[in-house]
Structures are given as structure tokens and as C-alpha cells.
Design a protein around this ligand. Structure first.
Ligand code: NAP
Length: 348
């Protein structure tokens, strides 16, 4: 396809803070790709916690309505714009786009494309884009736990959590993972010791499993439990906080609970007890875009390779066609799934 051709695209639009049933399906002619862009034919995208919050208008970096959600995407290049090597056409890539992925075709900056290794199917790759990079960077850049250490992963059944458990096991760490009892067998199969996060004796049990403290806790729940996560650390240990799921339903500005978190982490970090606390942000460093892209591509490639060689198993909760995106969102929000709900595209 030449750069001047338009492409008919089907897009899923979030018109405002609505129920999943009220998502809109729109067909439109996608203009030819601009300078430095490609048209990607979507093969897999997905639902993460971010889209669940965006649907409610409560994402910390909420895009203005109406918009097409879809944080990350896997697809094949079908057209290239000016300044882009036309040899990319026909090749499969992944990208983290923050919005726009819930579409049959979309424009993506060629500089954001990361090659998907041969043999990795689109839905499998999709499970480790934003989730895989988040898990990898928290484990290897924020915490850096030496082989043989012990870590705690809250939400071990989630999209990020189930990948993090596997990356930690692959790095030779002992993992304790929290999840609802319905997921305990699966969490055990990933290599972690499961505990119920609703158990009132959770922290007692965690201390029982690691009486000398743990090397890292990965906490996306925040709230009052964050103090308990901090207390679990041994001297030299790291608390990596990366969200505030416990306050997700609170009314008001979605940034306020995060600001409270930052204050807490900052204060703990200055205590003379050898522990450290950090907030992980996927988009940190984005202002230095070349360095950001290089780090992102390098880390995503590492995780995709682990999928390619079977070292980690993609956790696909379901595959749902684009036109049934409302079902995908409902399923992801049901709080019953393990891994990532993947939305799949067509073949043309
Ligand atoms: N900081 C960053 O840059 C960054 C990047 C990516 C993701 N994140 C964060 O990572 C988290 C996970 O994202 P995801 O896409 O993997 O979500 P997901 O697949 O929906 O998984 C969410 C996990 O959190 C658990 N959970 C939800 N609410 C909870 C609560 N109130 N108390 C305890 N556990 C709770 C869920 O357990 P159930 O299944 O039992 O409900 C599930 O294990 C989100 O909070 C997201 O904001 C942050």
C-alpha cells in the first residue's frame, strides 16, 4: 500500500464516563501516515487497569473524552509514511501508545515500534508490553534483588503481577504472591507461594514466611497496607510502589491519593534504617525521548525473548474480537481473571 492511500479503520470510542455497553464503534477513513509514521494493522491489544480507570474518567493522566483507548498494541505494518523505510511493511511490531490501540488500524510513530520475535504470536506478545516492561523495570531497575533473595508481589494474578512473578522466578528469586483464593493454584503454578490478600492475618503470615524480612515488595495497592509493605522489608530492602488500587473508587481528583503516596515514600526514604522506597512510573524520563525509547525497546525486547524461548509463559485470560470490546472490558473489570484480557484484530 502506498503512503497516499487511506485505510478504512474500525475504532472503539469511549465517549465519556459510561458503562462498557455504551462504548461506540466507529468506522472512518484513516488518513495516509504522516512523516515518520506507519499504519499498523492491529492483531492484538488489551485491557489493563489503565483503561478500566480511563473508562471512569479517573486515570491519573486522563485523556479528554471522546477518545479511542488501548494502551499497547501488536500489529503488522501495512503502510509507511515519508521518512520511514518501506521495508517495514509486512513486518510485525509492538508499541506502547497509551491511547488508540482499540482499533483495527492506527497510526504509530515508527520510532516507537519494537520488533516482535518470529514465533511469538500477537496475543502472547501483547501480555508483556506495558505489563512486561513495567514488571521488568521494577524488578531489574528499581529493586535489583540478588539471586536467592525473597520478594513479595501483591496482585500476583494481575497482568503486571503474573509477569512479575515469572520474571522474579526466572531471576532466581523466591516469590510470595497475594491473590484471591480462586487464583492460588495458578499462582503456585507460576512458582510463587500464594496468600489471600483479604485474610486479616495476611501480614502475620507474610512475616512467618520471611522472618528476617524480604528484599523487595511490589505494591500497587497503596492505602493503609503500604505501611505494612514497608515493615516487611529487611535492612537493604526496597519498597516499589506503582499504584493505588485501594483508592481507585474514591471520589475526587485521581492525583490526590498519588501525591499522598509520594509524600509518604519520600519521608520513609529519609529514615536512617537502610531501606528504600520508590515510586515506579512507566513514563519517567519521557522528556529525553531518544534515551526513553532506547530503554523501553531494550527492556521490551528482553521480555519478548523470554516469551520466545519459553522461559516465561504468556498469561492470556481471554481472546476477544475487537467488535466485542465491551465484553473484554466487562471481563477485565469483573476481578475474576488471571493475566491479561486480550482483544484480537482481524487479518485484513
Ligand atoms: N506506575 C506505573 O507506571 C504502572 C504501569 C503499569 C501498571 N501500573 C499499575 O499496576 C496495577 C496492575 O495493573 P494491571 O493492568 O496488571 O491490572 P489487573 O490485571 O487488573 O490486575 C490488578 C490486580 O490488582 C488486584 N487488586 C485490585 N484492586 C485491589 C485492591 N483494592 N486490593 C488488593 N488487590 C487489588 C487484583 O486482584 P483481583 O483479581 O482479586 O481483583 C489483581 O491482582 C494497577 O494498579 C496499575 O495502575 C502502574
Amino acid at each position: 500500500m502506498t503512503a497516499s492511500t487511506t485505510t478504512r479503520a474500525t475504532e472503539i470510542v469511549l465517549p465519556g464516563p459510561v458503562e462498557p455497553d455504551e462504548l461506540q464503534v466507529r468506522a472512518r477513513d484513516l488518513p495516509p501516515p504522516g512523516q515518520g509514521q506507519v499504519v499498523l494493522r492491529m492483531e492484538a491489544t488489551g485491557v489493563s487497569f489503565a483503561e478500566q480507570q480511563m473508562r471512569l474518567g479517573k486515570y491519573y493522566d486522563q485523556p479528554p473524552f471522546p477518545f479511542v483507548p488501548g494502551y499497547d498494541v501488536v500489529g503488522t505494518v501495512v503502510a509507511t509514511g515519508p521518512g520511514v523505510d518501506s521495508a517495514l511493511t509486512g513486518r510485525r511490531f509492538a508499541a506502547v501508545v497509551k491511547t488508540g490501540g482499540w482499533a483495527s488500524h492506527l497510526h504509530v510513530d515508527a520510532a516507537d515500534l519494537v520488533a516482535v520475535p518470529a514465533g511469538v504470536e500477537p496475543a502472547a506478545a501483547e501480555t508483556v508490553l506495558v505489563n512486561g516492561v513495567t514488571a521488568w523495570q521494577m524488578l531489574h531497575r528499581s529493586a535489583s534483588v540478588a539471586t536467592g533473595g525473597t520478594v513479595v508481589v501483591l496482585g500476583a494474578n494481575g497482568g503486571v503481577g503474573s509477569t512479575l512473578v515469572q520474571l522474579a522466578r526466572h531471576a532466581g528469586l523466591r516469590v510470595i504472591g497475594t491473590a484471591s483464593p480462586r487464583h492460588h493454584d495458578a499462582v503456585r503454578a507460576l512458582g510463587a507461594t500464594p496468600l489471600d490478600y483479604r485474610d486479616p492475618a495476611l501480614y502475620e503470615k507474610l512475616r512467618g514466611l520471611a522472618p528476617d524480612g524480604v528484599d523487595a515488595v511490589f505494591d500497587h495497592v497503596g492505602g493503609d497496607g503500604l505501611k505494612q509493605s514497608w515493615r516487611l522489608l529487611r535492612r537493604g530492602g526496597t519498597l516499589v510502589n506503582y499504584g493505588s488500587a485501594s483508592t481507585k473508587d474514591e471520589k475526587g481528583n485521581a492525583l490526590l491519593p498519588l501525591l499522598a503516596l509520594f509524600g509518604r515514600l519520600w519521608a520513609w526514604n529519609h529514615l536512617p534504617n537502610g531501606k528504600s522506597a520508590t515510586f515506579y512510573n512507566f513514563w519517567a524520563g519521557k522528556r529525553r525521548i531518544d534515551a526513553f525509547r532506547a530503554r523501553l525497546a531494550g527492556d521490551m525486547t528482553q521480555v519478548l525473548r523470554l516469551i520466545a524461548n519459553g522461559a516465561i509463559e504468556p498469561q492470556i485470560a481471554a481472546r476477544i474480537p475487537l467488535e466485542r470490546t465491551a465484553d473484554a472490558l466487562r471481563l477485565a473489570e469483573s476481578r475474576t481473571v488471571l493475566g491479561k484480557v486480550v482483544i484480537v484484530g482481524g487479518t485484513t
